[in-house]
Ligand binder design. Sequence first.
Ligand code: GLY
Ligand code: MN
Ligand code: MN
Length: 485
Amino acid sequence: MKKTVGTLFSALLFFSLYAQPSEDLPGDFLGQSFHKERRQALREKLPPNSVAVFFANPIRNRSNDVDFVYHQDPNFYYLTGYKEPDAVLLIFKDKQTANNGNQYDEIIFVQPRNAQAEMWTGRRLGNLGVKETLGLNEAFNNTDFKKYNVDFSKFQAVLFTDFNNDVRDNPLDSADLYSLIEQFKQKVNYPSVGTINVSREARINNLNTRELAVIMGTLRGKKQPEELALIRKAVAISGMAQREVMKAIKPGMSEREIQGIHEYVFKKYEAEDVGYPSIVGAGHNGCILHYIENYKPNVRNTELILMDLGAEYHGYTADVTRTIPVSGKFSPEQKMIYELVLKAQEEAMKACKPGVTTQELSAITRRIVNKGLAELGIIKSENEQHLYYPHGCCHHIGLDVHDPVPQGRLEENMVITVEPGIYIPENAKCDKRWWGIAVRIEDDCLITKEGYELLSSSAPRTIDEIEALMKEPSPLDDFELPEIK
Ligand code: GLY
Ligand code: MN
Ligand code: MN
């Protein structure tokens, strides 16, 4: 549908059409008190006499006049709950005084309401909606940012994340993200050549582009109860999808269809999106760690299929991988590799508790994998350098699938993946009976006071559990569609 209609909108239409009835929305979004409390937690971590500045994510163009579905910058979302583009947020360490004498320690500039734009591309909160819905009391239209006259030179530190110069200018909008960044640069005397990040300290005068990421990583690393509820849901949905696929998969299905079954289950449980492009790789495709083409038209019953998918539920993503035999039964070689990966994963999980590091967990899995590969004759000795396990075994999850890395060791209420893998491509320097076997097993673990809780336990992991579930009927067994020539 092309934009062909001009401005036809009366104020009456504007207000009646665009008010969002609350019954049309899920009732379990993060509430304004969560975001408010997180802003206060950030304020407490800011250095003396400083301000932190956040920009909304850019709109990304897909093709011609179609953009990618908008996704907010996770830091921006964490601190505000705001899901729209073209916005700036400032969080001050100390109270500021406005011209009218009002005191404030946070201020947001957001895209204004616009009847015509909203009819085409969706509702906007506008500054009044932001005050009411998100509880940010100092909320203005982004067109006011240019004349906002805080003297940034008075702060000991202005913290922000440096710009990547990859934001499109909409010349018709003087308050789009491009313009907001330009206006900010002028206000803070940002150097006219290059970026601050290239300086060793990521700091010029009072501008600091390094510290904010560290502070946000620390804040986001330890999940709040409200976040844990959403992560649990995202993970449970992803586990349920793995279960349904285990029952439904048949030789001859395409990788795309299998992806579709996962993603249908995600949507059935109202997950808005996937947290990252879905990875569904049969046979040697599983050796490509982030294989997202999913083009193979017929998966074969001699193959394993590696399925790494995560539902994103209200911004929070799961990251769960299961590797299963298309036929429903592991071959002896597949079984040996699978058991080795599972053992590595279980040993790492046993060590999951406050005080360890993800590097230590990775090292546990690597030792087991190397020893096992040597025993199977796939490598000559456990000290041989090889590429059969080319990645680490853990990362944090949350609003990002690879959430920012908090400083230090694991703590209670952090959520990490444990995901060892072995990938043996065609023509690898080992007996060819191992070729095309790729196994990753990935689970999501909540670090608890004493150890961990396995959040993804609903998705079967052992060979016996997987083979038993794959024998069960699926509601999709009778779902046939006519062939399209
Ligand atoms: N799904 C990406 C990863 O496992 O890190
Ligand atoms: Mn992962
Ligand atoms: Mn993954």
